[in-house]
Design a protein around this ligand. Sequence first.
Ligand code: HMG
Length: 444
Amino acid sequence: MKSVGIDGISIWSGKLSLDLPNVFAPSVGEEPEKYTKGLGLYTCSFPDVREDIVTMGANAAYKLMIKEGIDPRDIGRIDVATESSFDASKPISTYISGCLEQVLGEEFRNVNNGERKFACIAGTQCIDDAHNWILSGRNEGKSALVIATDTALYERGNPGEATQGAGAVAMLIAEDPSIVELSLKQGYSSVDETDFLKPNQQFPSVDGKRSVQVYLSLMKEALTNFEERSEKMDIAEFEFVPFHVPFPGMVRKVASLGYRHMTRGTSIEEELEKIIGPKPEMEEFSGHEEYMEGIRKYMKLLDKTELYQKWYKRVIEPTIEISERAGNWYTGSVHLARASSLIYAAKEKLNLVGKKILVGSYGSGAQAEIHTETVKEGWEGKVKKIDIYEQLDSRRPLSFEEYEQIHDVHNYSKDTLLTDLTEYKNEFVFKGYGKMGERTYEFV
Ligand code: HMG
């Protein structure tokens, strides 16, 4: 069986940043602690005036191709995941490949180009498609470029405004990868849900509180399905567990659920029982509501145990470090979480070769997916090339008034003119509209 996985990663953050506890919270009459303690967010990235999903995706992909020395002739697929598309027919991948052709001096004439949509899980689905294409042999030795790019903006005044962000993650999916190999086994949970959707509208209709519950319940089902299709998971086996990060507080919730799931029937469960008592069972309660309340109390006790806290610090905390400063990048978020843990491991000089990662993706509407990845020889050198922290540090901070203006600039129903807030250099930018109404781009 071929070994297929991620062989290169490059990240592009929107060039502006909004300080959530110190600038946004006081301006909308909220307490900073809602962000620092509740949601776990400090800043989020925003696109400058001439940035959008195409420029961010093309910039991430271009950087990947240059730093990994990828010959465009070795690319056989370009798959773009986004839920922020401005074109219902022409895929964003063609806009991006058009940008790349402007500077690479090669055309992507014989590639399979396409865009995939399923809320935040589409990035993972693009990796799946590339994986299957390579496994089948239809790639004929070529690799796939997967780009997850989004501007996660909510309508002004919507509670979702607290959890925005913008950026792109480009990944090279190849045979004999040098970062991680993907497992063949997967677990799924999929339902027809309306927790978050955009029925022909730019900004989402979202039932935030419900979306949190749907995320948790589908992730639990996907974990169960993964075990049914493979084997009982051993929590000690996983070095990191990156979950989709709409905001880090969500990961706090799903992590304890995952921990409880993976320790079921193990010696850890026995140890926990000695400290916080047995896990509540349905038959001990008079109804479902009472049972759920019992579970909530049990989870609170579990979260406070030293056993859990040590695991969380080692396995989960490194996965949310980028998102705490970048916000939600929708399709890119779970891939930021993987990158965050690998960058942390490289910094801490951890020996990861052969070690496993459990990845939990989620997309509203709704679907959760679980798979594992094995870290491969060469990962450290590749991961050290990811310069996301330098980008986050060099973003231009927004005042609240500038934030309001930049939100309007990216609102399709408004015609707002604003001078660029940053300088563009060696990057793709939006140029204007063409005669067919298409968006056009140039490299500056
Ligand atoms: P909200 O009403 O803005 O915030 O909604 P809240 O009042 O629920 O507070 C948030 C947390 O901060 C709570 O913590 C508060 O207790 C705490 P929790 O109880 O949940 O643990 N808090 C404080 N803590 C300390 N001191 C304080 C304080 N004040 C509050 N003073 C919500 C938050 C996330 C629902 C909202 O921002 C939203 O609707 N966001 C968009 C939807 C979303 O992100 N959903 C996540 C799951 S669905 C998903 O991940 C898919 C998605 O990425 C889209 C896709 O798939 O395409 C969104």
